[in-house]
Write a protein that binds this ligand. Structure first.
Ligand SMILES: [Zn+2]
Length: 72
């Protein structure tokens, strides 16, 4: 099998920019949006595994989401 597709361009689904592996539909995932990579060309914005994205949540998660996680 060939795995030469670029991240985000694989017909089987999105690839996690964090670990470079496919994000399965049954895995926890989160869509990340980095200000420096608005269209995903740098391979940062896109669908990440939930665990891979966790270290970035505090950096990029909007304040509203942060409040929601605190129970507001
Ligand atoms: Zn990952």
């Amino acid at each position: 099998m060939a795995f030469d597709a670029v991240p985000g361009g694989d017909p089987r689904g999105p690839w996690c920019p964090g670990c470079g592996r496919p994000v399965q539909t049954d895995e926890p995932s989160t869509r990340m949006h980095f200000a420096e990579d608005p269209d995903g060309r740098l391979g940062k914005s896109g669908l990440w595994h939930g665990e891979c994205a966790r270290p970035y949540w505090d950096k990029i998660t909007p304040a509203l989401e942060r409040l929601r996680r605190l129970g507001f």
